[in-house]
Design a protein around this ligand. Structure first.
Ligand SMILES: Cc1cc2nc3c(=O)[nH]c(=O)nc-3n(C[C@H](O)[C@H](O)[C@H](O)COP(=O)(O)OP(=O)(O)OC[C@H]3O[C@@H](n4cnc5c(N)ncnc54)[C@H](O)[C@@H]3O)c2cc1C
Length: 423
C-alpha cells in the first residue's frame, strides 16, 4: 500500500485524503494548526463563552462535489436549511423586504412567472444571465451584467459578491457564470441554501476525520511543514517543526496549504498573490424572526454595510464579503456600524449585546482576471507532488465546492504516479 503525505488538513486536503483512501492508499495528514479545518472551522471563543464558526458558510444544493463529500462521510444530515429554496432580502434604506423563491424544480420556471420572479424585475432582465457565458474572457461581473436592472441590484450583485468575494467591478464574469450555471440555471432544486446545523467543524471536519481514522489514516496536528527537499525531480523529504520526514520511493505528496504557504515552499511555482477579506460579526443574542427569515434562517441585506445575517440559537452572525475596504477599521467601529442595521432588520430591542468581530484578511483569492491567470493546475513538474486548494485552477471561485473539487483533482492527478510505483 502506497503512503501519501498530505500537507494541510483543510477541506482540500481532507477531500483528497478521502479520495486517495477510497483508491486504496494509506494517507498521513500533516497540519500546522491545532485541529483540521483550515478556513472552515469552529472554535471556542473565550469572550463570548461559546463555540463559533470563523465565518458563516453557505452551500447551495447544486454544489455537487461538496454534497458528495458530505454523503461519503455520513454528514449530509448535519446541514440545515429551509425545505424549499428561499432567499429573503431587505433594503436597509427603504425597509422594503422581498423573497426570491426559485421553487423546487429542476428547471428555472420561476423566472417565467411574475409572482415568483424577483419583485420589480421583467423577464427580459433574466436574459443577462446568458451574457455571463458569452462574456469575453476578462470581462467583469459589472461589465457583463446590467447594473441598472432591478435583478442586478436585488439578486445578482449580492450573490456575486458572496460567491466571488470580490467587488463586481473587478470580479471575473466567467467565474460567476460557472456558479450560476450549476445553481440558478438548474432551478430551485440546485439552489437550496444549506448551512451547518451546529458548526462548521461538526459538519465538515469532525465526520471526515472520523471516516479517515476508521480507515487507517493518521492526522498530525501542530506539525508545520517548513521546507521540501527535492532530488531528481521528486520530493524525497520534508522538514517539519517536529523534525524531518522522508518520502520513500513509491510515496507521494499533496500540498494542500494556502497559496502564500505554497509559494514559500515552492518559490518557483506561480500562485495567486491577491486576496479579499471577509468580516464576520457575531452578536450574542437570541433572535426568533417570523416569516421567511425565520424559515430560511438568514436574511440578505442590501444598501448598508452588513450583507448577510445568519440567525442561530443564541447568536446572530453577520457576514460582509469583499471586505478589504473594511479590515483596517476597528472592531468597535465595525460593530457600531452594523448593529443598527441588524436591530432594524430583525426588529430587535436594547443596547448592543456582547459581540466578536472576526476579520479573515486572506479569506479567499481575489476572483479577478489577473489572479485567474496565476492559478496553477494540480500537476506540477515534480513527479510525486500535486497541488490542492481552493486557489488552484478549479474553474470556480474560492469556495467549499472549489476546495473539495481540487482535492479530487489532486488525487486523480496522482493515480498514474502511484500506480507506477511499487506498493
Ligand atoms: C470567513 C469565510 C467565509 C467563507 N464563506 C464561504 C461560504 O459561505 N461558502 C463557501 O463555499 N466558501 C466560503 N469560504 C471559503 C472556504 O472556507 C474555503 O474555500 C475553503 O475552506 C478552503 O479550503 P482549503 O483546504 O483550500 O484551504 P485552507 O482551509 O486554508 O486549508 C489549508 C490548511 O493548510 C494548513 N497549513 C498551512 N500551512 C501549513 C504548513 N506549512 N504545514 C502544514 N499545514 C499547513 C492550514 O492550517 C489549513 O488547515 C469562506 C471562507 C472564509 C475565510
Amino acid at each position: 500500500m502506497s503512503h501519501v503525505h498530505i500537507i494541510g488538513a483543510g477541506l482540500a486536503g481532507l477531500s483528497s485524503a478521502i479520495r486517495l483512501t477510497q483508491d486504496g492508499h494509506r494517507v498521513i495528514l500533516h497540519e500546522a494548526g491545532p485541529a483540521a479545518g483550515g478556513r472552515c472551522r469552529s472554535y471556542f471563543d473565550k469572550a463570548l463563552g461559546r463555540r463559533i464558526d470563523n465565518g458563516n458558510h453557505l452551500l447551495l444544493s447544486g454544489n455537487h462535489a461538496a454534497m458528495g463529500y458530505l454523503e461519503t462521510i455520513g454528514a449530509r444530515d448535519l446541514l440545515a436549511g429551509p425545505r424549499v429554496a428561499i432567499f429573503p432580502f431587505m433594503d436597509v434604506n427603504s425597509g422594503e423586504c422581498w423573497t426570491v423563491a426559485p421553487g423546487a424544480g429542476r428547471v428555472p420556471w420561476w423566472v417565467l412567472r411574475r409572482n415568483t420572479r424577483v419583485p420589480g424585475t421583467t423577464l427580459l432582465e433574466y436574459t443577462q444571465l446568458l451574457s455571463l457565458h458569452a462574456a469575453s474572457a476578462n470581462a467583469t461581473v459589472a461589465q457583463a451584467l446590467d447594473r441598472c436592472s432591478a435583478l442586478y441590484r436585488r439578486l445578482l450583485e449580492p450573490l456575486a459578491v458572496a460567491a466571488l468575494n470580490t467587488p463586481p467591478d473587478a470580479a471575473l464574469a466567467r467565474l460567476f457564470g460557472a456558479v450560476v450555471r450549476e445553481t440558478l440555471m438548474k432551478g430551485g432544486r440546485a439552489c437550496m441554501p444549506l448551512y451547518p446545523k451546529v458548526g462548521l467543524s461538526e459538519t465538515f471536519i469532525d465526520p471526515a476525520m472520523a471516516w479517515l481514522g476508521a480507515r487507517g489514516a493518521r492526522l498530525h496536528t501542530g506539525r508545520r511543514v517548513t521546507a521540501l527537499s527535492l532530488a531528481e525531480g521528486r520530493v524525497v523529504a520534508f522538514d517539519t517543526t517536529e523534525g524531518p520526514i522522508q518520502v520513500a520511493t513509491g510515496e507521494a505528496v499533496v500540498l494542500a496549504v494556502s497559496a502564500p504557504v505554497a509559494q514559500d515552499l515552492l518559490p518557483r511555482q506561480m500562485v495567486p498573490d491577491a486576496f479579499e477579506a471577509i468580516v464576520n460579526v457575531h452578536f450574542l443574542i437570541d433572535a426568533q424572526p417570523a416569516g421567511d427569515v425565520g424559515v430560511a434562517g438568514f436574511l440578505g441585506l442590501i444598501g448598508g454595510t452588513a450583507e448577510w445575517i445568519f440567525i442561530k440559537p443564541g447568536i446572530v452572525s453577520i457576514t460582509i464579503s469583499a471586505a478589504n475596504r473594511l479590515v483596517d477599521r476597528t472592531a468597535d467601529d465595525l460593530a457600531a456600524a452594523i448593529w443598527p442595521e441588524v436591530r432594524m432588520a430583525l426588529g430587535l430591542q436594547g443596547p448592543m449585546p456582547k459581540r466578536r468581530v472576526v476579520k479573515e484578511r486572506r479569506a479567499t483569492i481575489a476572483a479577478t482576471a489577473a489572479q485567474e491567470a496565476r492559478r496553477p493546475p494540480a500537476r506540477t513538474p515534480i513527479v510525486n507532488l500535486v497541488l490542492a486548494g481552493d486557489w488552484t485552477a478549479t474553474g470556480l471561485p474560492g469556495t467549499i465546492e472549489g476546495a473539495v473539487r481540487s482535492g479530487h483533482t489532486a488525487a486523480e492527478a496522482l493515480r498514474p504516479v502511484l500506480s507506477d510505483m511499487p506498493r
